[in-house]
Design a protein around this ligand. Structure first.
Ligand SMILES: *Cc1c(COP(=O)(O)O)cnc(C)c1O
Length: 824
């Protein structure tokens, strides 16, 4: 293989002057301004335009190479891509960051300042969307032919403000000032039918044919975002669909009456891609959401088929050898009946032949076991929006039920459980079952999660197809999550083990030899301290609160959800505060607890927990009695660009979900890679992180998956803990008073209520004592500077497994069967 070493980049004919000239040229010719008038925003745009010239050159070469080599490609369907900012990443991946930094400096401009001008592309909620972003980075880096397909949301995840301690949601209009990275492709527009009715006809041979007469048609306009692989050779495309009105309205359908409610049928086409649903780990069940899912899946399938036909004509024989589609969760699962519709109704293939193609095209990644996150659509809703798809889903199910009857004759319970259609007062289409039946591979995202997918979520499917269910543990790109976000640590690593670790993360192992080296420890911890000083300034900027960089920086950054248990962290903070009030000499190293989290706007308790964190912060941060031992910081508007500032400065990584609830987690990987020590439960990828770093270099506590299940099965009573643990009782009782909410007694009572009368479904009280003791161990460990440094270095050194490059190679090997295709 030709290697993508950064050394080869330096041989490219770029130099500072070429870059400088390109930036100035764009300042003049694209932006109509000049060096004296330009503000930071103009400089940022001109720099992006200069970079984009190089990027587009590689896009062209990549597409030519893929075309000439007639390659098989993976098509990654995802309703979310949480990309963050692109400038710094693209520059690093092209190997042009330092040259550009110098070029700008000579123009009197700080690259760090102008990078702050870029809006995050926040087209995702959290881990699932960020995984898609890391995966397309790795696919390009590893020279695999791949396209990401998703939605071009006009408004990404809402911008969070905090007012009087409470979350306020504001629209995220990320494209108001333009997006220099995207290219509009009106020549590849697609038309997508919706609503209407299905006509049954007979062909010349008397065979039944179905024709869908849609009630309206919307247009899909593609925007392409180049995805630059590290080394700057392969540049793949992320194609995002924007909806547009087509002007088409079927008056026959309207006049036929009965089928159609004119008001409802007239799709407000442009609203389809207006806004990202802000729910993480819950399904919305809204009509517009199903339309979004169908819209981008159908546009993408048409795009794939158009490209396939250009090379292969109407012959479908090579389809499954050229195309594999990965479904990122069930959000795009409607693509399964859509492909069946195209093959059966349009291409006139026999059902069996169409099904064979379908089930060799799709693979499905399961991301959750939480019942509230498993997608189900009312049959009545699908009937209205996608009448032909509903018929196809019923036929898929009818044929599958015959297979189930063969395996478990007369077992109606089994049929009920495996049916795509859930009976009940409102019949539902179960997208999880449809995805498993319609795919050739199904994977979970960490070992423990995949084993639960096999044992508890889909045990019967696992019996029917013992080789279909598998595991691919998640990963993160070490380019964005170490080289780009933590340049000082990256350079220290370069100096000690060479510069190719971003492509071969296992090489970080070589740092093991330095873990006890005093000089290296000093350098490593000095960088951590410097990063903490930088974050201290950012905290002051964002919250007007002063914190001490010598304190322990204890970080919990992730979506706000009961299963992630930010409230367990909060209870422990309250317990420490309680201890300090009872005993001002209580020994603890000063600690800054840093939170970043958005709550779904409709998730009341999650918003109450944000309010709780902010009110406890208000009280604790301003209480002179505790002598600055505890600071609590809630950073507003947590997003990728904020994560990139917090992660390099973290000492402690909070990964404290209820065992069995966090499918994998990826924040855990980012933090450990940057030398933070994890305090965590045996959940998701924490288990594999513990295996890699060694149990002596991580603080594991709490109930296991089996113990949580036993509590659920044998009856769990949170009052037992409330009654027997006096400290726990005291801090929970605070929540009924106005101690943290002056003048508003009980404003935080909903948190206590959920943990007691509410049954504490996430076992917060059951884990409190173990968590509290593990936190005491963290405190003690931090007191021993040498040991802490060694542990932190070993975390960085042993994270090789969690590169998304490894995850992608596993997908290629187990599922996608792709060949690398080199470029230039
Ligand atoms: C990595 C990441 C996540 C996922 O974090 P978890 O701790 O795995 O839930 C969410 N949001 C952003 C912005 C991220 O970068």
């Amino acid at each position: 293989m030709i290697s993508n070493s950064p050394k080869s980049i330096k041989t490219k004919p770029f130099n500072k002057k070429v870059i400088k000239d390109a930036i100035v040229r764009h300042l003049h010719c694209s932006l109509g301004t000049d060096e004296n008038k330009a503000n930071n925003h103009a400089w940022w745009k001109a720099t992006c335009a200069a970079v984009q010239e190089q990027v587009l050159e590689q896009v062209r070469k990549t597409q030519k190479s893929h075309y000439l080599n007639d390659t098989r490609a993976v098509h990654y369907f995802s309703a979310e891509f949480l990309m963050g900012r692109l400038m710094s990443n693209n520059l690093h991946n092209l190997g042009l960051f330092e040259l550009t930094e110098m070029a700008l400096r000579e123009l009197g401009i700080s690259i760090v300042d102008i990078m702050e001008e870029e809006s995050d592309m926040a087209l995702g909620n959290g881990g699932l969307g960020r995984l898609a972003a890391c995966f397309i980075d790795s696919l390009a880096t590893l020279d695999y032919p791949a396209i990401g397909y998703g939605l071009h949301y006009e408004n990404g995840l809402f911008r969070q403000e905090i007012k009087n301690g409470k979350q306020i949601e504001r629209p995220d209009s990320w494209r108001d000032y333009g997006n220099p990275w995207e290219i509009c492709r009106p020549e590849s527009i697609q038309e997508i039918p919706l609503y209407g009715f299905v006509e049954t006809k007979y062909d010349a041979n008397g065979k039944i044919e179905k024709e869908w007469h849609p009630g309206s048609i919307v247009k899909g306009l593609p925007w392409d975002i180049p995805i630059v692989g590290y080394g700057g050779k392969t540049v793949n495309i992320l194609r995002l669909w924007q909806s547009q009105a087509s002007g088409y309205f079927n008056w026959d359908v309207f006049n036929a009456g009965g089928y159609v409610d004119a008001q409802k049928e007239t799709v407000q086409a442009e609203t389809i891609s207006k806004v990202l649903y802000p729910n993480d780990e819950t399904q919305a069940g809204k009509e517009l959401r199903l339309i979004q899912q169908y819209f981008f899946s159908a546009c993408s399938l048409k795009d794939i088929i158009r490209r396939y036909k250009r090379a292969n004509g109407d012959d479908w024989k090579r389809f499954t050898s050229q195309v594999v589609i990965q479904l990122n969760d069930t959000h795009p699962a409607i693509a399964i009946p859509e492909l069946m519709r195209i093959l059966v109704d349009r291409a006139k293939l026999e059902w069996e032949q169409a099904w064979e193609i379908c089930t060799n095209t799709f693979a499905y990644t399961n991301h959750t076991l939480l019942p509230e996150a498993l997608e189900k659509w009312p049959v009545s809703m699908v009937a209205k929006i996608l009448p032909r798809h509903l018929e196809i889903i019923y036929e898929i199910n009818r044929r599958f039920m015959i297979e189930v009857e063969k395996i478990w004759p007369g077992d109606d319970k089994k049929k009920q459980k495996l049916s795509v259609i859930e009976e009940g007062h409102e019949k539902m289409v179960c997208m999880g079952n449809l995805s498993v039946i319609g795919s050739f591979a199904v994977n979970g995202v960490a070992e423990v999660h995949s084993s639960l997918v096999k044992k508890s979520l889909f045990p019967e499917f696992h019996q029917i197809w013992p080789r279909k269910l598998t595991n691919v543990t998640n990963g993160i790109t070490p380019r964005r999550w170490l080289k780009v976000c933590n340049p000082k640590l990256a350079k220290l690593i370069d100096k000690n083990i060479g510069e190719d670790w971003p492509l071969h993360l296992d090489k970080l192992q070589q740092l093991t030899n330095l873990a006890e080296d005093q000089k290296f420890q000093k350098q490593f911890m000095k960088i951590k301290y410097d990063n903490k000083v930088s974050l201290t300034k950012e905290i002051l900027n964002l919250t007007a609160i002063k914190v001490d960089p010598k304190a322990i920086f204890d970080v919990q950054i992730k979506r706000l959800h009961e299963y992630k248990r930010q409230h367990l962290n909060l209870l422990h903070i309250m317990a420490l505060y309680h201890r300090l009030l009872e005993n001002p000499d209580y020994k603890m190293h000063p600690r800054v607890f840093i939170f970043g989290a958005k709550a779904a706007p409709g998730y009341a308790l999650a918003k109450d927990i944000i309010y709780g964190i902010n009110q406890v912060a208000q009280k604790v941060n301003n209480d002179p009695r505790i002598n600055n031992k505890i600071k609590v910081i809630f950073l507003p508007n947590y997003r990728v660009s904020l994560a990139e500032k917090v992660i390099p400065a973290a000492d402690v990584s909070e990964q404290i979900s209820t065992a069995g609830k966090e499918a994998s987690g990826t924040g855990n990987m980012k933090l450990s890679l940057n030398g933070a020590l994890t305090i965590g439960t045996l959940d998701g990828a924490n288990i594999e992180i513990a295996e890699e770093v060694g149990t002596e270099n991580i603080f594991i506590f709490g109930l296991t998956v089996d113990e949580v299940r036993d509590l659920d099965e044998n009856g769990y009573n949170p009052f037992d803990y409330y009654k027997t643990n006096s400290e726990l009782k005291a801090i929970l009782d605070w929540l009924d008073t106005d101690f943290f909410t002056p003048g508003k007694p009980g404003a935080l009572a909903s948190i206590k209520q959920s943990l007691l009368a509410g049954g504490d479904p996430y076992k917060v009280l059951a884990d409190f004592d173990a968590y509290s003791k593990a936190q005491a161990k963290v405190d003690a460990a931090y007191g021993d500077k040498t040991t802490w440094a060694k542990m932190a270095i070993l975390n960085t050194a042993r994270m090789g497994k969690f590169t998304s490059d490894r995850a992608i190679e596993e997908y290629v090997d187990k599922i996608w069967k792709l060949q690398k295709c080199s470029v230039e």
